[in-house]
Write a protein that binds this ligand. Sequence first.
Ligand code: PAN
Ligand code: ZN
Length: 178
Amino acid sequence: MPENLFIGKSLIGKKIEQSTRTLGDIRFIFEKGDQITLQQASRIAYNVSSYLPEKEGTPGGLYFGITNLYPGLVGDEYFMTKGHFHANRDTAEFYWGIEGEGVVILMDEQGNIKGEKMFPGSLHYIPGRMAHRVANVSDVSLSFGACWYSNAGHDYKTIEQKGFTARLKKVNGAPQLV
Ligand code: PAN
Ligand code: ZN
């Protein structure tokens, strides 16, 4: 038997690491993040179950994770992940949709931005040098898989400072990058 199992949207095993982001942790990514109340701030926005079989930084090793992103809006912006560039800009990643519907937002270092619809079975190749984040545009939770290099590293700072060049908003009931 393998040490870990990947069943539906759950990653089960001995060495699975869990991390959680509350709305309060990620308030800065939203245009109207300062309107998040104390009560809302403790709500979980997403959690990530990861299998990290190599030491962080190992060249060529792989990591595997499942993100579960809850539905909701902050103002007219959908709940989304923080988003990042890989610190090691040359490293690519795969995302794939498992449950729910969302949008993968990809932005290059020049700020050119595009969205790809995510749904069960969708596969998204994220080339190196592309910042990536996912927004949940459905009213159920969105689960997606990810596979990235153990020497990718996460550069959250660039996004914290500059943000993405467009926001995924609910406009007349439908998602739109504005
Ligand atoms: C993913 C992300 C995960 C959470 O595993 O880390 O979806 O998003 P943030 O890291 O932007 O909060 C990944 O892209 N790893 O490289
Ligand atoms: Zn990544």
